[in-house]
Design a protein around this ligand. Structure first.
Ligand code: SF4
Length: 227
């Protein structure tokens, strides 16, 4: 099982080294709705705080990190252990932008649960923590750091206009170049139409149908009206 780890960030949020709690928007069990793990049982930890500012964001309530109660890492581990007993296949750390925080202590503690750890990130911050699966969803207005392009397992680009397709191809080329062009080491490439966006859906369908390296990702949890 792959584990990716890097040192923590110097400029990261005002959290002391050895942070023992994090702002949490919500925790819940559901199915992973998007990407290659779509349809699998998962336990989600949604951390508060995001300064990336995507116009289409569907979790804007997560943006102000200070407005969400801090939860101890011990409590998050206990919840994850319960989720594992109830059938979760993996833990997803999402947000907000989870890498605004030092995820090292959380990942170290969660490793004892025995579940694979997944990360969903825009990649604007340095990578921290150890993960078995990294979903990088890069944003055109705030491109990701090279380390995330180099280590992500899937590259998922939201599409609402033609410029997003140009950006997606540029990100795929950069990820490939950073891996010395080894196609086996390249991330899975996914285009995800923005929700309720007919033009984004048309563009993504058209691109995927003509470019076999890419596949379509849909927000199936929204279609199913589940979390
Ligand atoms: S990075 Fe994610 S949480 Fe932050 S604004 Fe963009 S879509 Fe929303």
């Amino acid at each position: 099982m792959k584990r990716v780890s890097t040192s923590t960030a110097a400029h990261r949020a005002a959290e002391p080294a050895g942070v023992s709690s994090l702002p949490v928007v919500e925790t819940f069990c559901s199915l992973q709705g998007e990407g290659l793990h779509m349809g699998r049982s998962a336990f989600f930890i949604r951390l508060g705080g995001c300064t990336v500012g995507c116009s289409w964001c569907d979790t804007k309530h997560s943006w102000p990190g200070d407005s969400h109660p801090r939860q101890s890492i011990d409590a998050l581990v206990a919840e994850s252990e319960t989720a594992a007993r109830e059938g979760a296949a993996f833990v997803v750390i999402t947000g907000g932008e989870p890498l605004h925080h030092d995820l090292g202590p959380l990942c170290t503690a969660l490793a004892h649960c025995g579940l694979p750890l997944h990360l969903e990130t825009s990649g604007v911050d340095p990578l921290s923590g150890r993960f078995d699966w990294i979903t990088l969803s890069p944003k055109r207005h705030k491109p990701p750091r090279e380390a995330l392009l180099q280590h992500c397992d899937e590259l998922k680009v939201v599409v609402s206009c033609g410029a997003d397709l140009v950006f997606a191809e540029a990100m795929a080329r950069q990820a490939s170049a950073l891996r010395q062009g080894d196609p086996k080491a390249a991330p899975a490439l996914l285009l995800q139409p923005a929700w309720n966006d007919p033009e984004g859906l048309r563009l993504a369908l058209s691109h995927v149908s003509r470019h076999p390296a890419w596949r379509l990702s849909l927000q199936t949890h929204k279609w199913l009206a589940i979390r």
